[in-house]
Write a protein that binds this ligand. Structure first.
Ligand code: 2NL
Length: 356
């Protein structure tokens, strides 16, 4: 070692001066903090080279000692400065490497937003709750049905126009996509004796596709069969429903109509909840178009032929049934003017129906 033979103060001063240069050379090839710290202790530690050099201080003339002490301090400061500088540039290099990756590690997190229910789902759940509170059970069934469950059992004979290829989807094996949820009620009646008090929400299919019809749409039907179920019970049930769904001032209007599976049959209108059906607001109402009424579905007393088909005694029980389209209910309730919005899954539309 250069310090070994140090006899004079000047030799020792030179040894200290070359120490920091040697140290600089040594750490220039090191690339981790632990290696650099280790090198630092080899020079400045208890058994380090600077400490060994200091031990020679006793062998030199005392007049030279202050100069050697000053040289030792300069060497220590220089080495410490080199360590700090090297560690800082190492940290800088690590940061630069991080930032140059394709992932920007400094970007704030995106966060998670809870989803919302689709407006058609919301309307279905609300209808389920209202009828459940009136004692109706919620039942579902398969989308692919037999022609018998979908048509024959419902007093809809083979020559009825609804059974045309143009109006119904026929699938392989003689089955069809159900055109209403009535087969759910048929299955329920076939499965057990009266009473039956159910609603059947679900998707149905018709060969229709234009501005106001989609080939698939959700509907909800209801059926109440028991001894002495009357048309009055139907009216009362519908009134409670529209009042809970549209608002407690709502009234209903029943217009004579025809369905193969009910007799008598009626179209169901709800009084317009926007203008309350009252003039003069009514004359300009954008919702009911001045009529004061909103068409919401159909209804009637279950046809005796339906009871015959499912094996119920038409002299023992009576029943009412009704059906409504959920898209129409959602459009009326939320003021949606284009049916297609329900099926485009545009978040700008869907986010207008917050859940909670
Ligand atoms: C409408 C009309 C209606 C029914 C559905 C029904 C079911 C059985 C027996 C008798 Cl199992 N009827 N369902 C009755 C009358 C009308 O729906 O315009 N729906 C959107």
């Amino acid at each position: 070692m250069a310090s070994e033979g140090a006899g004079t103060g000047q030799d020792l001063v030179r040894s200290f001066e070359s120490l920091s240069a040697e140290f600089a050379a040594e750490i220039s090839g090191l690339h981790s903090e632990s290696e650099i710290r280790l090198a630092q202790s080899r020079y400045l530690g208890k058994k380090g080279r600077a400490t060994e050099l200091m031990k020679l201080l006793g062998r030199i003339p005392s007049a030279d000692r202050p100069a050697v002490g000053a040289a030792a301090n300069r060497a220590r400061e220089a080495i410490e400065g080199l360590v700090e500088g090297r560690l800082a540039s190492l940290a800088e290099a690590v940061l630069t490497a991080d930032l140059s990756r394709s992932v920007d590690v400094t970007l704030p997190g995106r966060g998670r937003r809870a989803g919302t229910l689709h407006p058609l789902t919301r309307v279905r759940m609300e209808i389920e709750q209202i009828f459940h509170a009136m004692g109706f059970e919620v039942r579902t069934g398969p989308l692919i049905e037999t022609e018998w469950n979908n048509f024959d059992a419902l007093n809809t004979p083979a020559d009825h126009p609804a059974r045309d290829m143009q109006d119904t989807f026929f699938v392989e094996g003689g089955r069809i996509l159900r055109s209403h949820t009535s087969p759910v009620q048929v299955r329920t009646m076939l499965a057990g004796p009266p009473p039956v008090k159910i609603i059947a929400p679900g998707n149905v299919f018709r060969r229709d596709d234009d501005a106001t019809h989609t080939p698939m749409f959700p509907q909800c039907e209801g059926l109440h069969v028991d001894k002495n179920v009357s048309f009055e019970d139907l009216k009362a049930t519908l009134i409670v429903f529209v009042q809970r769904f549209f608002g407690h001032h709502t009234d209903i209007r029943l217009r004579p109509s025809f369905f193969p599976f009910t007799e008598p049959s009626a179209e169901v209108d709800a009084s317009c909840f926007l203008c309350q059906g009252k003039p003069p607001a009514r004359s300009t109402c954008r919702l009911c178009k001045g009529t004061g009424w909103l068409e919401i579905g159909g209804s009637g007393m279950v046809h005796p032929n339906v009871f015959k088909a499912v094996g119920y005694d038409k002299y023992d029980v009576t029943g009412f049934a009704f059906g409504m389209g959920l898209s129409r209910m959602a459009m009326l309730k939320y003021g949606v003017t284009d049916l297609r919005l329900f099926y485009e899954n545009d978040l700008r539309f869907l986010q207008q129906f917050p859940t909670g």
